[in-house]
Structures are given as C-alpha cells and as structure tokens.
Design a protein. Structure first.
Lengths: 191, 181
C-alpha cells in the first residue's frame, strides 16, 4: 500500500543522477590532470577505442543495439508507471438480482471527506478510493487545527467516519491510509 | 515535490526511451543491409559526432563544459530524489485496517508550539529525526537551566499526548537571546 511509483522514481533518479554525476566528475578530473598530465591532451575518442570496435564489430554493435532496446523497453515501462493512476471509479458492492451493485467512489470519498471535516478539531480533509473496485482502499488526509486533540480526532474518525464508510460498502474492513497533519496551513495532499 | 518528481521522471523516461530506441534502430539499419530499409544514418548524424569527438581532446572547453553540465544535472537529480523521500511518523491506530501516520514537520510544529507557550521563551524551533526530537528555545528571561526543564516538560507532555507508535528521544537546548541584545 506504499506509494510504489515514488519509490521507483527515487531509485531511478538516484541511479541516473549518480551515473551522470560520476561521468561529469570524471571529465573534470581528466581535465585537471588527476589521472596524469598526458590524459588531458588525448582525444575524447581515441584510436584504441575505434580499433576495439572495429575488431569486435561482428558482435559488439549487436550487443549495444540489444542493450539499447532493453533500456528503451524499461524506460517505456517507467513512463507508463507515471501515467497510471491508483484511483478507482466504482466500488463493487456485490451481486444484484440483475447484475452488479456498484457505488461511485467519488460519492463515497465525498461523504467521507464531509464527515471527517465535521469532526471537532479537523480543519480540512481529503479522501479518495484506490486499489481495486472489488478490494477498495481509502486514502484519507486530515489537517488538524492547532488546538485539536489528536486522540479524540482519531477515535471520532474510527468510530464514526470510517465505520460509516465500511457500513456504506457493506464490509467489515476498509484498509485505510490516514495521513494526519497538525500544522494545517494548507490542505494536505492525498497520496 | 512529488508532482515535480513525477514530471521529471516522465520526461527522463521519455528521453531514455527515445535515445534507446534510436540507438537500436541506428544499429539495425547500419548492420542489416536489406533493400527496403533506408540508408544509414536514420536520424542521428553519428559519423559527424564521432569525427568531432576524435578531433577534440579533454583540455578543450567543450568537454569541460559538458562535464560541468553533467555534474550539475546529476546533483539536481540526486537532490530531487532526496527531497521526494518523505519520511512519515507512524501513529498507533485503533483499528487493524487503519494505517495512520503524520509528518515529521507536523510533529516538529507541535513541539515548537509547546515550547513557545512557555512564558520565558521568546522563540522556539524543533526538528524531528528518526529517533530524536530536538527543540531549540530562545530565552527571553529567567534562568536557562530552569527554563530548559520547563520547555522539556511542556514538549514531553505534548509528545506523551500523541499516539506515537515509537516515541522519539527529546533533546532540549536553550539559546540565551539576551546575550545578543
């Protein structure tokens, strides 16, 4: 239930950042003569490198092309992950006589938000339903006023707001990610 | 910050996918001489680029500026990755299916507010780490040791009132603001 996209982004940003930073640092160190004074007067692509590629051209270029293709496919997956949303449109309420009973997740999220904002001590709230229609999860973010009693807010959210949400979808459990911010200067983001 | 991370990630993914796809296509066209394929290069003038790279050496300005650009871009990417890592503070939940957290910033705000409410304190700042919460209060009047204990008591009382899953160690320091007047 953690934000996997953000974790993937961080890992790949660190990886790419480290590669680019090390390559840049290597170039500057070469220029400064750290690897020997002769290095900085050598061409960026030396004759040795060209000879190596010519010697192994029967397989080396295919390996480079194949590697580039794999990297391109992985990058496309990374791009698709950015465009994917966890939000669900409807919540399945189970079978009905002539089909399926569903509830618009925006209606449920709106009801949860309104009820949460009526709790004493809550300044603002945001809610959304994520994961799968058959197994919905609630992401609820509440911003508390400075004088709020967090314990009382927590009890009210659980006994009233979340209990009503569970009741509305006819489930005993509704996995909930509750983010509480105490310095409510702006509405918290629901992630 | 997460929106920016997502935007930069999308742009980078697009750039890497484009570069990878173009490289694979250029290799294919250069190595396979099927009549219906266009003559190499497809779009990347790699022969010109290779000629340029052979003509330049590391002591010239072009590779230097390229390397500096690499350092700057690499540091920006690492900074973005570090800033988008939001560390949440777990709170005790009353129900097993409720996972409740708050931010370190929120917790720090609670502690600094508690410290500011101590009468002898003119200002207070707080920061929360993984295991330690630090409160730095600026003294307005009174004995520093006595005020430190009062700030500690106020901050500890607020901490104890929160349903924290793991209680951080509280460290209080007093900055005697009267010295700088």
């Amino acid at each position: 239930m953690r934000n996997r996209t953000n974790r993937l982004d961080r890992i790949l940003l660190v990886l790419l950042g480290a590669v680019v930073l090390l390559a840049g640092a290597g170039g500057v160190l070469l220029r400064l003569g750290v690897f020997g004074a002769s290095w900085k007067h050598r061409p960026i692509i030396e004759q040795n490198t060209t000879d190596f590629f010519n010697r192994h051209e029967s397989w080396l270029w295919w390996a480079i092309g194949g590697g580039a293709l794999v990297i391109a496919v992985l990058a496309i997956y990374w791009l698709i992950v950015q465009l994917r949303t966890e939000r669900i449109g409807n919540v399945d309420l189970g079978p009905a006589v002539d089909g399926e009973n569903t509830l618009a997740s925006s209606a449920l999220a709106d009801a949860v938000r309104r009820e949460a904002e009526n709790v004493e001590g809550v300044a603002r709230a945001r809610a959304r339903l994520v994961h799968e229609s058959a197994q919905p999860q609630l992401r609820l973010a509440v911003a508390l006023r400075e004088d709020a009693d967090l314990g009382a807010v927590q009890r009210a959210l659980d006994t009233d707001v979340l209990a009503h949400a569970r009741e509305a979808i006819g489930r005993e459990t509704l996995p909930t990610w509750l983010r509480v911010e105490v310095d409510a200067t702006e509405a918290p983001r629901v992630l | 910050m997460r929106a920016l991370t997502r935007l930069v990630s999308a742009l980078l993914a697009l750039a890497v996918a484009g570069a990878g796809g173009l490289t694979a296509a250029e290799v294919l066209i250069a190595r396979v001489h099927w009549g219906w394929l266009p003559d190499p290069p497809l779009v990347v003038p790699y022969n010109t680029w290779l000629r340029e790279l052979r003509a330049h050496n590391w002591s010239q300005d072009l590779p230097l500026w390229g390397s500096i650009g690499g350092i700057v871009v690499g540091m920006l990417l690492l900074l973005l990755a570090a800033r988008s890592h939001e560390r949440r503070v777990p709170l005790q939940s009353s129900a097993p299916d409720v996972h409740m957290t708050t931010s370190r910033r929120s917790l720090a705000h609670v502690l600094s507010t508690a410290a500011k409410q101590v009468e002898a304190v003119s200002d207070a700042r707080a920061s929360v780490g993984r295991t330690t919460a630090r409160v730095r209060a600026t003294l307005r009047l009174g004995d520093p040791d006595e005020v430190r204990e009062r700030v500690r008591a106020a901050a500890q009382s607020r901490l104890d009132g929160l349903p924290l899953a793991r209680r951080p160690r509280l460290v209080v320091s007093i900055n005697d603001g009267r010295r700088y007047r």
